[in-house]
Design a protein around this ligand. Structure first.
Ligand SMILES: Cc1cc2nc3c(=O)[nH]c(=O)nc-3n(C[C@H](O)[C@H](O)[C@H](O)COP(=O)(O)OP(=O)(O)OC[C@H]3O[C@@H](n4cnc5c(N)ncnc54)[C@H](O)[C@@H]3O)c2cc1C
Length: 478
């Protein structure tokens, strides 16, 4: 078969550079047509306004890139189980290529599609792309999936060291488009209007201030800023200060695959010669550790799909959550009267992103002070975060709730101690809670704000010490 037509399906890999399945497809033929489907059954991709914005704009850039390389991106909406076979047939594809997923819904969906395509004699070729190491390629000593981060980190790091510096993709793509008469086909040419309608319906007001930026070009820039401007060398301490731009802001790029995880990992190698202090070395390692947290949660969800539905530690099913909806609303709107919590929730609601330290603080507060189920918080995050990702979000919430794989039995953050440590001059708090701009830092940090009515800021809805004792008593019962 000479240069067979291929359908390439983009999913969490919205890029052309270093795309494992695309490289494989191109080695077989350059007659490639690509597609992206706004999957009506997989709302995770766009059920938050911020993610719809990130996705829509990334797709627009991706479509232009395909056009410049001689082919096209066909954007459809609906059910991929119907659309992929139909599209493959329309363009007379002999092969369909895609990169594998780890989420339960996607795995089941892909199985169905593979079955249908097999019946039509169309071959599916899958690759791993979204992870540093394939989940079936890393097991503990007794041949079981890892359930604790520490040993997983060591094993994965040793594998990465063995691989050494990743040899980046030097493939120069040039594609061959479909025949002219097919270009008029309804299935193909409705694509522009699908994207136009999608972009028109985006209701995200934080596009100018969201620190994550859509598209392949912007992801490259974010990575360059983080490495070339030497932010990575001070990451170890700067990453905990929410008022300081000390992190990479690559989370949404990695979630949608507008940049390859191998490229990001590769950028952390060979930096040691520029290190001037122990802090510099430590910082590079700490950032690698974060990338491996991402990897860990993805592997966990792949091996334990039940995590999506409930706690890893089953005793948490018995926990008597109070789920006071009024309190939940206050938390959600950034109106709890606890300054660091309110600042963080307002940052989330306005920009679609929240600093990691603050994600841990607000999660602990919701679960352990307000005694609301972590699943309510998980849902709110998925409805708002630009980087909302099932594995990372579920992992973060289960870690904060102590229901996950973290071996520490109970972790409770005191929001005031956290603010004293990580926002000592209240820069972050005051920028997101302007009602407090004239209040002294010590009043804010000690939770003793006087003249509340005058400054229009509410009293704390709960007392941390009281709630902590209550939470512990409930926990003792399970
Ligand atoms: C309750 C809670 C919910 C979270 N939900 C998400 C989510 O939906 N999507 C998401 O990508 N991250 C999530 N995180 C992890 C983390 O907060 C973000 O990845 C990070 O803040 C993104 O900012 P950055 O890109 O500047 O990260 P950097 O500090 O520059 O880190 C580099 C990359 O490492 C990964 N990473 C860093 N920390 C973590 C972590 N703790 N867990 C998993 N991956 C990590 C991300 O891909 C990130 O882009 C959550 C954390 C918590 C505590």
């Amino acid at each position: 078969m000479n240069n067979p037509r291929i359908l390439f399906w983009h999913r969490k890999d919205l890029r052309i550079f270093d795309n494992q399945a695309l490289i494989k497809a191109f080695s077989l033929s350059n007659a490639i047509t690509s597609t992206y489907i706004l999957d009506k059954n997989y709302s995770h991709d766009f059920n938050a306004n911020s993610r719809a914005w990130f996705l829509g704009n990334s797709l627009q850039e991706l479509g232009n890139n395909w056009g410049e390389l001689g082919s096209r991106l066909v954007i459809k909406e609906g059910d991929p189980v119907l659309i992929i076979p139909q599209l493959a047939k329309t363009i007379d594809a002999k092969f369909v290529f895609w990169n594998k997923s780890i989420e339960p819904y996607e795995i089941n969906r892909d199985l169905q599609i593979k079955k249908i395509l097999k019946e039509k004699n169309i071959q599916v070729i899958e690759s791993w792309d979204h992870l540093l190491v394939e989940p079936l390629n890393i097991f503990s000593g007794n041949n079981k999936p890892y359930t604790v981060y520490g040993p997983f980190y060591k094993k994965l790091k040793s594998k990465m060291n063995l691989l050494g510096s990743y040899d980046q993709d030097k493939v120069i793509f040039q594609f061959q488009d479909i025949d002219n008469k097919l270009k008029e086909n309804k299935t193909i040419n409705s694509s522009d209007s699908v994207l136009k309608k999608f972009l028109k319906n985006i209701k995200f007001s934080g596009s100018n201030i969201c620190p994550c930026r859509p598209g392949e070009n912007a992801a490259e820039k974010l990575l360059k800023n983080f490495i070339n401007e030497k932010k990575i060398y001070s990451y170890n301490s700067a990453r905990d200060l929410p008022s300081y731009n000390g992190t990479s802001f690559l989370s949404a790029s990695l979630r949608y695959g507008t940049i390859s995880i191998r490229k990001v990992w590769n950028a952390t190698l060979n930096l040691n010669s520029n290190c001037e202090s122990h802090e510099n070395y430590l910082s590079i390692e700490t950032w690698q550790k974060e990338l491996i947290w991402r990897e860990f949660y993805q592997h966990c969800l792949f091996h334990f799909p039940e995590l999506e539905k409930g706690p890893y530690r089953k005793k948490w099913d018995q926990f008597p959550w109070q789920n006071n909806i009024e309190w939940f609303q206050h938390w959600s709107n950034g109106e709890t009267g606890v300054p660091i919590v309110d600042a963080a929730m307002r940052q989330l609601n306005t920009t679609g992103w929240m600093h990691n330290r603050c994600r841990m603080i607000v999660a602990s507060f919701l679960v352990k002070d307000l005694i609301c189920s972590w699943q309510l918080g998980e849902k709110k995050f998925m409805e708002t975060l630009v980087d909302g990702d099932l594995a990372a979000n579920n992992g973060g919430w289960q870690w904060s709730a102590s229901s996950g794989m973290d071996p520490k039995p109970l972790r409770i953050f005191n929001p005031y101690t956290q603010a004293k440590k990580f926002d000592p001059i209240c820069d972050y708090i005051k920028s997101w809670v302007p009602e407090l701009s004239k209040v002294s830092n010590s009043e804010i940090l000690n939770g003793e704000i006087s003249n509340l009515e005058k400054i229009n800021y509410s009293n704390p809805i709960v007392n941390h010490n009281v709630q902590q004792r209550f939470f512990k008593s409930l926990y003792a019962e399970i």
